[in-house]
Ligand binder design. Structure first.
Ligand SMILES: *Cc1c(COP(=O)(O)O)cnc(C)c1O
Length: 349
């Protein structure tokens, strides 16, 4: 399979001199959810499983472009702020490219799987006492010296790479879906999908464009509330963001597509997180489950009655946040190593 940069070269800001680096990003599975079709009454519901990317999140699609362009322009290092997945992805692609990588994280709010990825890939890691928004302000300032290339989604190459997921969906379905459901944090991804669907339409890959429905967590819903949130709170740490950098892009995606940006509670997120794993065998991270929570919420008030075909973007892999998954069960039963003891335990369980 050709790499993402090769497959989508004509859609991307790359030249003959752009190094064609790859870790096998993109071409992720689109899995049908019979469970959500039953529950919502929608004819087709598909899950775009971005957790299948090399570092376990969609961030790899944009990072491969950002790091390739950094190499092309002679950059000596990369730098990012991150709730975790951007750090994991930047660290991996920087390692691959032979560039040092520095990441600034919000202390105490990065899922352990993401942190250990950044460690494994050899990034220099600094945790700050503040939320993601403070970390982003810091790396913007550090990036001004020009010593390192900033690879947050304010780097336009990130959005360009991320839009390829929308192209893949149109290719797989033979058209755009009627509606796309997606979590919103810093809002780069919803901005990227809208660009991707628009370009797929212009290129004749799709006859239509979808309505985009973005979901923020109730405790971190600046776009829904219409003002920044100083102290964002949610179990979904990947969308624990109070002042999204791509706010305007998200609003444009919402308005031009005729969609909406709404809030879901942590309870709704956790319920969707548990149920999609149990019904569909798809283990995503809590932030990703916000997309499913949003679909279920809209369906419950019949706001999906004009939707025949829906896609939920499952942005990251559940393995990244083992602590949240572990919290779904209490103590495991431990018994003597005999069939009888196990039988007795199962009768209790
Ligand atoms: C980054 C991320 C998001 C949010 O994407 P934005 O582009 O910041 O809106 C959602 N889910 C996961 C798993 C992420 O890593």
């Amino acid at each position: 399979m050709p790499s993402l940069l090769e497959r989508y070269a004509s859609f991307l800001p790359i030249t003959d001199r752009t190094p064609r680096i790859t870790l096998g990003e993109g071409a992720t599975p689109l899995v049908r959810s019979l469970w959500l079709e039953r529950e919502t009454g929608i004819d087709e519901v598909w899950l775009k499983c971005e957790g299948a990317n090399p570092t376990g999140s969609f961030k790899d699609r944009g990072m491969v472009v950002a790091v390739a362009k950094a190499l092309e322009t002679g950059s000596r290092a990369v730098l990012c702020a991150s709730t975790g997945n951007t750090a994991a992805s930047a660290a991996a692609y920087a390692a691959r490219a032979g560039l040092p990588c520095t990441v600034v994280l919000p202390a105490g709010y990065v899922a352990v799987g993401k942190l250990v990825q950044a460690i494994a890939f050899g990034a220099r890691i600094v945790a700050v006492r503040g939320a993601f928004d403070a970390a982003l302000a810091i790396v913007r300032e550090l990036g001004e010296s020009g010593e390192a290339t900033l690879v947050n989604s304010i780097n336009p190459h990130r959005i360009e790479g991320q839009k390829t997921a929308a192209l893949e969906i149109c290719e797989a379905l033979g058209d755009a879906p009627d509606a796309l459901f997606i979590p919103v944090g810093n809002a780069g991804n919803i901005t990227a999908y809208w660009r991707g669907f628009t370009q797929a339409h212009d290129a004749g890959i799709a006859r239509s464009k979808p309505r985009l429905y973005g979901f923020q967590a109730e405790g971190a819903a600046p776009i829904v509330r219409g003002m920044p949130v100083a102290d964002p709170r949610t179990v979904a740490t990947a969308i624990r963001i109070g002042a999204p950098a791509s706010w305007a892009g998200a609003v444009r995606a919402r308005d031009e597509s005729g969609g909406a940006i709404e809030a879901v509670s942590d309870e709704e997120i956790m319920d969707a997180y548990r149920e999609v794993a149990r019904h569909d065998g798809v283990f995503c991270e809590p932030a990703s489950a916000a997309a499913i929570a949003g679909l279920r919420k809209r369906a419950s008030v019949r706001a999906t009655k004009d939707t025949r075909r829906a896609v939920c973007v499952l942005t990251g892999n559940g393995l990244k946040d083992p602590d949240t998954a572990r919290s779904l069960a209490g103590e495991l039963l431990e018994v003597d190593a005999t069939a009888d003891a196990v039988r007795r335990a199962l009768a209790l369980a």
